[in-house]
Design a protein around this ligand. Structure first.
Ligand SMILES: NC(=O)c1ccc[n+]([C@@H]2O[C@H](COP(=O)([O-])OP(=O)(O)OC[C@H]3O[C@@H](n4cnc5c(N)ncnc54)[C@H](OP(=O)(O)O)[C@@H]3O)[C@@H](O)[C@H]2O)c1
Length: 290
């Protein structure tokens, strides 16, 4: 069992998931360091080898290239951040003899199967982002004996750049919005993801795990739930993804199977409850900030 004798290093601590992890570590009383990108650039292998040693309990990598459409225009940039960098972090952790926690995505799958994807199912990414994450998984597995790769999907939080906050902003200022209904997946609260990840790490789980909220939905249903939670008068009309072609293709049905995770650490909260809660807190956060 991991002792947390030394601090944990949290990489990407200012991102959406990174902020949830900070909250979780503070709540759990676990000491951590959170170097900014300026102090610790994960694309610099020398820096990685200098900073990661046995005086850390674990490294948690929340950094990455998350612009799915942008990756089509700069696949090398996505590959550097999502594949080479985690490969180097994993190697440094292996040399230090400490666990390496890394995040991957439902977009490593092609979405053609129509039943929930198990952790060991064959992958087949349909866009540059998914390909970079799939190669990242390979390198992490190859380079670290103590890796914990957690695949998740459709992240949201009351903070950061995500669908929930973007939709809330659009629906506050528009009488009508059209949202895709032919892509199905599992929304995931970044707060639950951090909490579940810590449980997996603390119980010495290794290998690939899936963590999402319970339940599944379309982007359209997700948007309706946000609207209703915030009591907004906006009409949310369903549309096909072909109506709004985007640079990156997306898998149509990318539901991750979370049964093994549920057995190991308990039931995930249902996405509708967590989305309502996050939507309301996102509103009050905005009011406090204003
Ligand atoms: N968002 C989703 O829907 C989703 C779904 C499935 C899986 N995931 C995975 O979950 C993880 C976290 O996603 P997220 O949405 O929380 O990401 P995010 O909000 O975009 O945050 C990414 C973080 O990476 C940091 N970063 C970027 N380049 C860096 C570099 N060269 N060196 C050090 N740090 C760097 C950024 O630093 P700055 O703060 O300085 O910009 C930022 O803090 C990623 O691996 C992502 O692929 C996300």
């Amino acid at each position: 069992m991991i002792s947390f004798e030394y601090p944990v290093m949290l990489v990407g601590a200012n991102g959406m998931l990174g902020r949830a992890w900070r909250q979780e570590l503070e709540r759990s009383g676990i000491a951590y360091t959170a170097p900014s990108r300026e102090c610790f650039n994960i694309c610099d292998p020398e820096q990685i080898h200098r900073e990661i040693d046995g005086q850390l309990s674990a490294v948690i990598n929340c950094a990455g290239w998350t612009d799915v459409d942008g990756a089509e225009a700069d696949p090398a940039g996505a590959m550097a951040l999502n594949a080479s960098a985690p490969g180097n972090l994993a190697l440094a952790c292996d040399h230090a003899g400490i666990p390496f926690v890394h995040y991957s995505t439902d977009y490593v799958f092609d979405g053609e199967v129509g039943s929930p994807y198990l952790p060991d199912d064959p992958r087949g990414p349909v866009n540059a982002y998914g390909r970079s994450k799939a190669i990242g998984e390979n390198l992490v597995r190859m380079n670290s004996a103590h890796h914990l790769i957690i695949r998740s999907s459709w992240l949201y939080a009351p903070w950061g750049k995500n669908f929930l906050r973007t939709m809330a902003d659009i629906m506050r200022t528009n009488p009508k919005v059209r949202v895709v209904e032919d892509q199905i997946g599992r929304p995931t609260s970044a707060e639950w993801l951090a909490q579940a990840s810590l449980r997996l790490l603390m119980t010495d789980k290794r290998g690939i795990w899936h963590v999402t909220d319970d339940g599944q939905c379309s982007w359209h249903r997700f948007a309706l739930t946000i609207r209703d939670a915030l009591n907004l008068p906006c009409e949310v009309e369903p549309c096909a993804s072909s109506t709004y072609p985007r640079p990156a293709s997306r898998p149509e049905w990318s539901v991750l199977d979370i049964s093994r995770t549920t057995e190991a650490i308990g039931q995930a909260p249902h996405w509708e409850d967590s989305v309502r809660d996050a939507a309301r807190r996102a509103t009050s956060d905005a009011r406090i900030a204003a």
